[in-house]
Design a protein around this ligand. Sequence first.
Ligand code: GLY
Length: 393
Amino acid sequence: MDDPERPAARSGARRVAVVGGSVIGLACAWSIARSGPATDVVIHEPDDSGPDGVPAKGAAWVAGGMLAPFSEAWPGEEAVFALGVDSLRRWPGFLAALEPHVPPGPPVRTASRTHMLAVDEADARDLDMAMEWAARQPDPADSAHSGPALGITDADLRRVTRRELREAEPSLARVARVAYRMDSEGAVDNRVLLAALTRACRAEGVTWVRGAVASVDDVDADRVVLAAGAGSAALAGLPVRPVKGEVLRLRARPGCEDPPRGVVRAFVRGRPLYLVPRDGGLVVGATQYEHGDDRQVTVGGVRDLLADAETVFPGIGEYELAEAIAGLRPMSPDNLPFLGADPADPRLIHATGHGRNGIALTPVTVAAVLATLQGLAVPAAARAAAPDRFTRG
Ligand code: GLY
């Protein structure tokens, strides 16, 4: 299945294949290629259906692009939270390195804060409980250095009054019972990110094989990085299942209300909702269904998203409904990805199963893959994501 246009591997160079060329695969390929001159990196990815050859069938094309460990926090998910915070702390450096490859047009980062609110009383109680739990967690970036682990700060997470919420996000309806603000969170434009990573890979000499991989054993390379998302179950027997999510993309029309200035997340009637600013509009997400390999957008999904979004942001009715799209999140049983060396196959490195957080966890995934390739320890927060955690005795 070799691509006829692919240059021959350089003699003596280490050959790394990345199976899966969406956000995780692209970021790993780029980072591996730029980490040393003596490595040839090939991405195996059949999907080049987006603009400029970007993959447009994976979850990353659909995603909201939120960098949101605090607003995703949930008691009992200590390891998921620590991994998310670690990755959030790496985003500024990751974006700075990517900056030269960002195509002309909108920037990668589209928001640099989140407000999280609850509309109903029961949702408000849950939100207070989750945020109080998150505020007590240690910061993994501190614990990676010497000294006692420090906690999450007010800049990461603080309760705000309704008046503060109104001043920060004047276009929202006055429906919040409880609201929190996260100044270290935000969002990236998933499609600009994919475009920038594709260009960055090309600039580092990464090449592509445009065919589906039926078995990891067929891949001719010294090391293989598995970044195949929901396809990873079939390729490596990992417990990764597809979880469908529907998302709407809305475009601003002349005279309509400005979109929220930052990310707005809410629980409305028990359902989670997010509004993510984008150049010229916003993304509304996301539903969540365990329907297997189903990517169809349903009437009920669109109805619920629009109803919940209008409860929080009434100006939405004037927007153009530009796109309704569904993707498959690659979810694991404990909501952690699989990061690091395969226990049975010394060639194989896992970078998959990121569930709701593929984009958010990209920088820490890259760090874990690079460390594994170099024979170094993965970041402390990634240890809980060891690929053998469900099988070791
Ligand atoms: N990252 C949010 C979602 O999966 O809906």
